[in-house]
Write a protein that binds this ligand. Sequence first.
Ligand SMILES: [Zn+2]
Ligand SMILES: [Zn+2]
Length: 217
Amino acid sequence: MYEKIEKLLKQEYLCPHCESKLTLCNVPPVHVGDGLGWGSEYLYICLNNDCPLFVKGWANIENNYGHVGSYRYMRLPDSNESYNMMVAGKDAFTGSIIDLEEIKKQDKRYHERKEAVASLDTCVEEKNIQPALYVLLDKASNTENRKKAIKVLGELNDPACIDALRNHDFEDSHMEQDVNMTISGILSSNFLKECPFCAELIKVRALVCKHCQKELA
Ligand SMILES: [Zn+2]
Ligand SMILES: [Zn+2]
């Protein structure tokens, strides 16, 4: 998948109107004008706002069609076909510029997420809190998987997960409640409590916090 994009990004085409390098973009879902597809996932587009075609296009469209818009020069990959494409404003397409690094990052996150979800079934046995934390703290995870992750963290019963949970903002109050209950369970079964002054984990029986030296009532 990257290879194709890498190959397309390597090809340099210049706009015949302004000599700017064309930018590789994702194709919009609908072909502006006739509702048909371009037959390609990608387009090369001149996004130069000083391009004469774009600058003059406003008046042209206003005069001919009576609405606001202009033209961008574009050409199809692996073809000599090029068009003057109608756009509604200067930001059209700027959101669909192909950024290979961003695509790779998204892809990596996708695979990490998938792997973490798959590991929920084995991480208790492996005594590994990381997959469960990953799934639970990842806002893109679905609720079902996040709930499963909370359960798994409870089973793992490892106080090492508490800081990460306390530092996370749970927008779902039910989930936050579940997490708080799980934390309480982990603390009590490990005979620990959180120091009310410094938040470090200390023994339930401690009268003085070993971290901040404050006296505990
Ligand atoms: Zn141009
Ligand atoms: Zn303390």
